[in-house]
Design a binder for this molecule. Structure first.
Ligand code: GH3
Ligand code: MG
Ligand code: MG
Ligand code: MG
Length: 320
């Protein structure tokens, strides 16, 4: 992967190796009716350590994509017999967004307006045949890197940096999907709002950085208690957390929440602050809404009201 006349060959070698190592589990789909062209591209992609899939038609492309939704990039030949490539791109984009799967269109003949039409339909890039091995590799790497960068940005956009939990934005994007699904399937879903008791006091007594440690500690216990993949857990406010969790029996869920409340009550967070040993205890209050009612918004409001009842009761308690 060396461009002739590259000023720093070593740098390029290192780049090519690191890139290839990252590529190891990355899946690429080559769509081309010509066996020779597929073999040619496959050889290069294999050398770059990609996992390569092959399709000869649009139908095959869509089949392979639904069986392997983690395919990251499609190298799509423009001229496929009896195929409208623009339509095919639209069909792919109905299921996968531009940041979920990349599409690089490859073509030997370029008609006027063809490239903008393809790009508008949802292709990420275009490559004209015949191409050099180097250009092919650079374009592949560029698109893959762009997708990686978007993934990384998305990861941070949806997370709270302090606790590593999902944030409010994530919660309000995902919660409606869970709520609607539960409503449609008539399955049980609980909305739980949790708030740390007298958190302001912790900040006032020990300082803000200790407050941060308490939040981190609480998040750790929360993650340990609610680890099902289907559970939605988020830090929706400063010291407030909202959960959407599926359950089978009401009694079992409430028993489990009570166990969690008690676990936090009994937990001692040991910290070293300016060579002083601190032992911090804190408690939480919860509001639990089990009815799916009219809307997700309403369900959260009801859970919130119940949280305030728990606070009125004297905190360190659950209301459902
Ligand atoms: P209650 O028992 O009624 O919930 O009282 P409280 O003191 O926990 O609630 P209040 O809403 O009065 O105070 C919450 C405090 O949480 C205020 C705010 O400064 C603090 N806080 C919010 N976000 C953070 C954070 O990221 N780090 C720290 N250390 N404090 C935070
Ligand atoms: Mg062809
Ligand atoms: Mg509080
Ligand atoms: Mg609060």
């Amino acid at each position: 992967y060396l461009v002739k006349g590259t000023p720093n060959i070593l740098e390029h070698v290192i780049y090519a190796i690191t890139r290839a190592l990252k590529n190891r589990n990355t899946k690429i789909l080559i769509v081309d009716d010509s066996q020779t062209d597929r073999a040619l591209m496959k050889k290069i992609l294999k050398n770059m350590l990609f996992q390569v899939f092959e399709a000869k038609s649009g139908l095959e492309t869509l089949e392979i994509l639904s069986a392997n939704p983690d395919i990251k990039l499609i190298v799509l030949d423009y001229y496929l017999p009896e195929e409208d490539t623009v339509e095919l791109i639209y069909s792919i984009r109905e299921k996968f967004k531009k940041n979920e799967v990349g599409i690089i269109v490859v073509s030997g003949i370029i008609k006027s307006n063809m490239i903008p039409i393809l790009l508008k339909a949802g292709a990420n890039d275009f490559l004209s045949k015949p191409f050099s091995k180097e250009e092919f590799m650079v374009r592949i790497n560029n698109t893959i890197e762009m997708l990686d960068m978007i993934k990384e940005l998305e990861f941070y956009a949806y997370r709270d940096p302090l606790t590593g939990l999902h944030n409010r934005r994530y919660f309000f994007e995902e919660a409606p999907k869970l709520w609607t699904l539960a409503k449609r399937q008539n399955s049980k879903l609980a909305c739980i709002v949790i708030d740390i008791d007298d958190f302001k006091k912790i900040n006032d007594i020990y300082g803000h950085s200790v407050g941060d440690e308490v939040l981190k500690d609480f998040a750790k216990h929360l993650k340990n208690f609610f680890r099902r993949k289907s559970d939605l857990i988020a830090r929706t406010g400063g010291e407030e957390f909202t959960l959407l969790v599926g359950y089978e029996e009401k009694e079992k869920l409430l028993e489990y929440l009570e166990k969690f409340r008690k676990h936090i009550e009994e937990n001692i967070l040991k910290l070293k602050e300016n060579s002083k040993e601190l032992e911090i205890r804190y408690t939480i209050s919860m509001g639990v809404e089990l009815e799916l009612t009219n809307s997700l918004k309403e369900m959260i409001i009801l859970a919130d009201r119940k949280l305030y009842k728990s606070k009125e009761k004297g905190k360190n308690s659950i209301t459902f």
